[in-house]
Write a protein that binds this ligand. Structure first.
Ligand code: NAD
Length: 566
């Protein structure tokens, strides 16, 4: 690998999501089994941090202790506890020693429902048998159990609500944990989640939940004070009943709302369609106090948002995304625009919405190929949020509707990530470039294939190539690329470009990419705690990695700069 320069962009803090259910306590108290039972009962994803440590180290805990010592294990564990602290609405079973590291554990337990499982020492000894594979119990398990319980008593007392499992089955303990979560978690798992996105002109909320599209009346005064006219620009193929539901709160408030159906998909993003919208807005008597509601996928929000940004020098917009791309990407961030002169998104503006309503149940009617376009973007967000999130989704099959496991959770996590980057950089001048993770490769694949590979599929291929490039340059933690590949393939996404693509095609496409410095493309690759911008990588080297051809290894990197987050 040629010399390249990496600028590390640490991920910004994520907005608060739903509370976690943290399950901790001494070994043998049933954390993993009861935690998994509780997660299944609540329909929340589950992470077992001991298993995550083993996956990260590539060997069982006993062996980590024996070969590298307890301090090494604790360092790995601390890193994963901090990654888990970035996940929301997740059941997290920790290792028994996790509460001893007070600052990482308090991040994990912050805002969470935290339970400390306990059991009588004799019962613990019985459950653990001879203590095989439990290095902390050597050489005499009963004595060591008592000594460790005494030593940890204070940390466990501070770690959460005690639950004695001595005479409980795992199923009973799990049911008690689930009941504890239902009682104490706010917002509860079926209540809407509210996130704020910061912009130079103030913040706007994103509401996520199954009822938010029809129950947003309370937002109206803030979103459009004095508004008496609303244009509802809706994808013509989106169910009229949905637009009726979105409009109902307006009608109750005495606001006149007109539905303007718009041609579906990319055809909406043209100057003619936008001019048609300006004319309709004028005919309907819209003025600067009016509001545009955009109901549809990314294309509709781009076109309706651009019409709203330019009509009467800008009127307010509420986004109601109906596709996965719309929910996790296009609805949030203020970029609006149209295609022109054969160039995608050539003309546009920054025009942040005043409100975004995300209802994951609207995706039930989405054809699988359209759904796939958004899955790769959602996975990209998870890589930036916390690679531990990949473990949550790996191995889970589609649900009864054929949708990916924990889709609502995936959307919430991806929205939190997008909201965090947009808040940190509302006009895409610095750290928001992180959201281009994998996209230099993706654009090259789209373009070199003559756009036969869709954007979503290209992003999946691009993410894999970015992780491989990052591992080859020593920036990406080893082991991320295979986990990413497993997850993307599990979602039915491609991880390699089509066979027909040649290195020359790819190099030509990268050379034409507009995001370049000193004649070389810029790559965003995963890095510990965020991502890195790699400059100075030869297009030929990148093409070899993308096509999984032999690429020269060994990559001395010139100074790593760190970009401060805001
Ligand atoms: N502004 C941004 O920040 C941003 C970000 C990402 C993507 N985009 C843009 O978004 C567009 C892609 O968005 P998209 O993937 O949502 O595609 P899309 O808006 O073209 O919609 C895809 C298809 O899904 C249909 N559809 C929409 N909702 C449906 C539902 N609930 N059930 C069934 N069918 C439904 C549409 O009619 C269309 O045929 C591109 O133009 C891209 O440039 C913009």
């Amino acid at each position: 690998m040629n010399r390249s320069e990496a600028t590390i962009y640490p991920a910004p803090p994520l907005p608060t999501g739903r509370p976690r259910l943290v399950v901790t306590g001494f070994m043998g108290t049933g954390k993993s089994t009861a935690g998994a039972v509780a997660a299944a009962a609540l329909g929340l994803p589950f992470v077992d941090l001991d298993r995550a440590v083993e996956r990260a180290a590539g060997r069982p805990i006993g062996e980590i202790f024996r070969r590298s010592g307890e301090a090494h294990f604790r360092r790995l564990e601390r890193g994963l506890v901090l990654q888990a602290a970035r996940l929301s609405g997740t059941v997290v079973a920790t290792g028994g020693g996790a509460p001893l590291d007070a600052d990482s554990f308090s991040e994990l337990a912050d805002g969470a429902v935290a339970a400390v499982l306990r059991a009588e020492p004799a019962e613990i000894a019985r459950r653990l048998g001879g203590g095989d594979g439990r290095p902390l119990l050597d050489p005499d398990p009963p004595t060591r159990i008592r000594a460790l319980l005494d030593a940890r008593a204070e940390a466990y007392a501070a770690a959460g609500v005690p639950l004695d499992t001595t005479s409980m089955t795992a199923a009973e303990a799990g049911a008690r944990l689930a009941a504890m979560y239902e009682r104490d978690a706010r917002p509860g798992r079926t209540e809407p989640l509210r996130l704020e996105v910061d912009t130079p002109r103030g913040s706007y909320p994103v509401l996520i939940g199954e009822s938010v599209v029809s129950e947003w009346e309370a937002e109206l005064d803030r979103v459009a004070p004095g508004c008496d006219r609303v244009a509802v620009v809706a994808d013509e193929s989106v169910d009229v009943a949905l637009t009726d539901a979105v409009i109902r709160p307006l009608r109750h408030a005495g606001v006149a709302a007109t539905r303007i159906p718009l041609v579906a998909g990319e055809r909406a993003k043209s100057i003619d369609v936008v001019a048609g919208l300006w004319e309709r807005f004028r005919a309907e008597g819209l003025d600067r106090a009016s509001l545009v509601l955009a109901v549809g996928g990314g294309a509709i929000m781009d076109a309706a948002g651009f019409a709203a940004a330019t009509f009467a020098r800008g009127i307010g917009v509420v986004n109601v995304p109906t596709t996965l791309v719309g929910m996790v990407d296009a609805a949030i961030g203020g970029k609006v625009g149209i295609d022109h002169d054969g160039v995608k998104n050539l003309v546009g503006a920054f025009h942040h919405p005043r409100l975004v309503l995300v209802d994951p149940s609207l995706l039930a009617s989405l054809p699988p190929p359209v759904m796939r376009q958004g899955l790769a973007e959602a996975v990209k967000a998870l890589v930036l949020a916390s690679p531990l999130a990949l473990d949550v989704l790996i191995g889970g099959g589609p649900d009864e509707r054929g949708l990916p496991p924990h889709l609502g959770w995936l959307i919430e996590e991806a929205v939190r990530v997008k909201a965090a980057y947009v808040s940190a950089d509302p006009e895409d001048r610095s750290i928001r470039a992180s959201l281009n993770l994998g996209h230099t490769f993706a654009h090259a694949v789209e373009s070199a294939s003559g756009f036969r590979v869709s954007h979503g599929d290209a992003v999946a291929i691009g993410l894999m190539a970015a992780a491989n490039l990052g591992e080859a340059t020593g920036v990406t933690p080893p082991g991320l690329a295979p986990r990413l590949g497993e997850l993307l393939s599990g979602f039915g996404l491609p991880t390699r470009p089509p066979e027909a693509l040649t290195a020359d095609d790819v190099i030509a496409a990268m050379t034409a990419d507009k995001k370049r410095r000193a004649g070389r493309p810029i790559f965003v690759v995963p890095a510990e705690g965020g991502c890195a911008l790699l400059e100075g990588v030869e297009a030929a080297t990148a093409a070899a990695i993308l096509l999984e051809e032999e690429a020269p290894r060994s990559a001395p990197r010139t100074p790593v700069q760190t970009e401060a987050t805001s």
